[in-house]
Design a protein around this ligand. Structure first.
Ligand code: WT7
Length: 647
């Protein structure tokens, strides 16, 4: 490769064709690619009409006359809560929507009928507080069914919601609430986390001292914690809904009306309020959920183990699954409480068939050891998924061998808050998978790896990932900042959406995501993806997790500094350190051999589980640490800094 892209170092040759029995019954079929390649707007319009019940069917598909402010199905009218609930009640609505598992061990089974009744009641409660179509509602709750109920109630009356992850601080609430001038804040008294109560209402109280737009705060009583209620402002959830009717007319929304705002923190600057609208978003959510997860609504028990505070939860716990009449599992707590087998015990108990989680979780499972999944019968599983970061081939193999049944298909799904739904992923009944590759853009999605000039990189090369055609669930803008929307996503490669990720293709045309462009290192003029070096390290049997960064180096510009977490059984030693450096050289070449390796019991991560390489760069370069407010485990940073020689 020239000096215009990113090196392609890691070679992975294992392939897994879909098992014949799976392929013969698969929901997603190969002809969808042909159909979408011929006319992508017609393809998406067909999905929109078949998967969604419209109050008024759209005649328009894509409108690209005001690019990059694209619209989809602009003249259509619909209500999302109607699609998620009302139309599933014709048979009485007895089907289970959620098997909910509380962290302390309490459980709830919620049918479509019950969910609908609660949503209608709460929607009437919102109306009684004066919330109108178009008013913004911020939601800061734990993983309780009421979070889903609140979102659907907002959608029912046409009030855009903005969910703020329950792990964020009061300060984060202030920024997000003020940016959108939310009129209402919905919260819980507290949330369970590893047996203790996170004081959500207290955080809201602190935040509401600086959020002038908020008129009311609704509080759901989850933990029984003592909270202070401010007269006239704060209302208990149970009081609000007590007298409300279970019927609330769904608002007829335009396809392009705002459904939600979700803030992504990006790297440093002010969080971006990513805007998603109604018709296109739901089309994308329902279509990708059905095709990628091979959803059989009559027999599957589906579990997306993300938090609803992230887009993964919006699209694949709430909107996609409910639109598709799915029975889901929803879990309140952490995977290691009360013990490290919690997820496996839930899978066994409910007979989960489809399981979707993140590479960071999978690497934690590897670190904890196979004895935990081995304690449980996981034979109900038939499909596994991953999202959030590049998955190291070794973690992919571990997931397939230790969690799935033999040859279980794995869907490695690449997408972003901005894309609204899955973009690059196998169709599990069609695509031959490769550990570490998200494989191909889904039908109706078009991606291209380009060099710095924007020219296509030939197959086999690395560069920058772009999406070349609009898609229905794309973000519509950044709330209140159209300029930033254009400059962040559309200016670098005119006519294409710039995702901010590096990627390479292989000779078959499959895509391999190399991580955020900001994380790419420059070693003696070679652009090397952190992810490839990390994957080489993780392929060593003693390594559970690794992060590498480019540390400033007089000789080579940058030198590779690696931070390594060992598996439960391995011990640190100087010999192992040398062995790991040689292992990387052997796997992907001498150029990628780490100059330094530091052992650490944990790596700094964002609250969504992404490794924060930026902080490791600060440590390696002996700089003051940058913003640490979105860090989940602040204590590890100090420990690593100390280890790296007081730097
Ligand atoms: C970034 C988006 C999409 C929901 C969760 C994250 C990384 C996501 C993959 C994957 C490699 C991935 C990318 C992307 N990413 N999925 N399968 N393989 N990288 O949403 O917080 O908006 O993050 O996550 O870097 O740009 P998000």
């Amino acid at each position: 490769m020239g000096d215009s892209g990113i090196e392609n170092l890691l070679q992975e040759s294992r392939t897994f064709p879909p098992p014949a029995a799976f392929a013969s019954k698969a929901v997603g079929t190969a002809d969808l690619y042909t159909e979408a390649d011929e006319d992508f707007v017609a393809y998406w319009t067909r999905q929109a009409k078949e998967r969604i019940t419209w109050f008024k069917e759209p005649k328009q598909g894509l409108d690209d006359s005001n690019a990059p402010f694209f619209t989809w199905f602009q003249d259509g009218k619909l209500n999302i809560s109607y699609n998620c609930l009302d139309r599933h009640l014709a048979d009485g609505g007895d089907k289970v929507a959620y098997h909910w598992v509380g962290e302390p061990g309490d459980t709830r089974t919620i049918t479509y009928r019950e969910l609908s009744d609660e949503v209608n009641r709460f929607a009437n409660g919102l109306l009684s507080l004066g919330i109108e179509k178009g008013d913004r509602v911020a939601i800061y709750m734990g993983m309780v069914p009421e979070l889903t109920i609140a979102m659907l109630a907002c959608a029912r009356i046409g009030a855009p919601h903005s969910v703020i992850f329950g792990g964020f601080s009061a300060e984060s609430i202030v920024d997000r609430v003020n940016d959108q001038e939310a009129k209402l804040l919905i919260t819980c008294d507290g949330a369970w986390r590893r047996g203790t109560v996170v004081p959500l209402k207290e955080n809201c109280d602190a935040a509401m001292e600086s959020t002038p737009s908020v008129e009311h705060c609704i509080v759901f009583d989850r933990t029984g914690a003592k909270v202070s209620m401010s007269d006239g402002r704060d209302v208990w959830w149970h009081d609000l809904v007590a007298q409300q009717s279970t019927e609330c007319e769904p608002e007829s929304m335009n396809a392009e009306d705002l459904l939600f705002i979700l803030y992504t923190s990006g790297t440093t600057a002010k969080p971006k309020g990513i805007m998603h609208t109604t018709g296109g978003y739901l089309t994308g959510a329902a279509t990708t959920h059905a095709l990628v997860f091979d959803l059989k609504p009559d027999s599957d028990v589906y579990w997306c183990a993300a938090d609803i505070g992230w887009v993964t939860g919006h699209t694949y716990i709430v909107y996609g699954p409910l639109t598709n009449h799915t029975t889901s599992v929803m879990y309140e707590g952490t995977p290691d409480y009360p013990d490290k087998d919690r997820l496996w015990s839930i899978i066994e108990q409910y007979g989960v068939t489809i399981f979707y989680t993140a590479p960071t979780a999978i690497r934690a499972f590897m670190k904890w050891g196979v004895e935990y999944p081995q304690q449980h019968d996981l034979s109900s599983l038939r499909l596994l998924g991953t999202v959030g970061e590049p998955i190291n081939p070794a973690a992919w193999m571990w997931y397939q061998e230790n969690i799935g049944p033999k040859d279980c298909p794995i869907v490695d799904t690449w997408w972003q808050t901005e894309t609204g739904g899955i973009m690059i992923s196998p169709l599990p009944g069609v695509t031959t998978t490769k550990p570490g590759s998200a494989t191909r853009p889904l039908p109706g999605i078009f991606a291209q790896v380009v060099d710095v000039e924007g020219d296509p990189v030939p197959l086999g090369g690395g560069g920058f990932l772009t999406i070349t055609k609009p898609w229905p669930s794309m973000l519509r803008s950044i709330y209140g900042d159209d300029k930033r929307y254009i400059s962040t996503y559309w200016e670098r490669y005119p006519g294409a959406y710039f995702a901010g990720d590096g990627a390479k293709t292989d000779e078959d045309g499959d895509f391999w995501i190399l991580g955020r462009v900001d994380d790419v290192m420059n070693i003696s003029g070679h652009r090397i993806s952190t992810m490839e070096v990390e994957s080489a390290l993780v392929s060593h049997p003693t390594v559970a997790e690794a992060a590498v960064v480019g540390a400033t180096d007089d000789l080579t510009g940058q030198a590779i500094a690696a931070f390594v977490t060992l598996r439960g059984t391995a011990t640190e030693s100087d010999e192992l350190l040398e062995e790991l450096r040689d292992h990387v050289a052997m796997k992907i070449g001498a150029i990628a051999k780490p100059k330094t390796i530091i052992f650490t019991p944990d790596l700094p991560k964002t609250r969504s589980g992404k490794i924060m390489r930026r902080l490791l760069r600060d440590i390696s370069d002996n700089r003051t640490l940058g913003d640490v407010t979105t860090l989940a485990n602040a204590e590890v940073v100090a420990a690593i800094a100390e280890q790296s020689g007081g730097k």
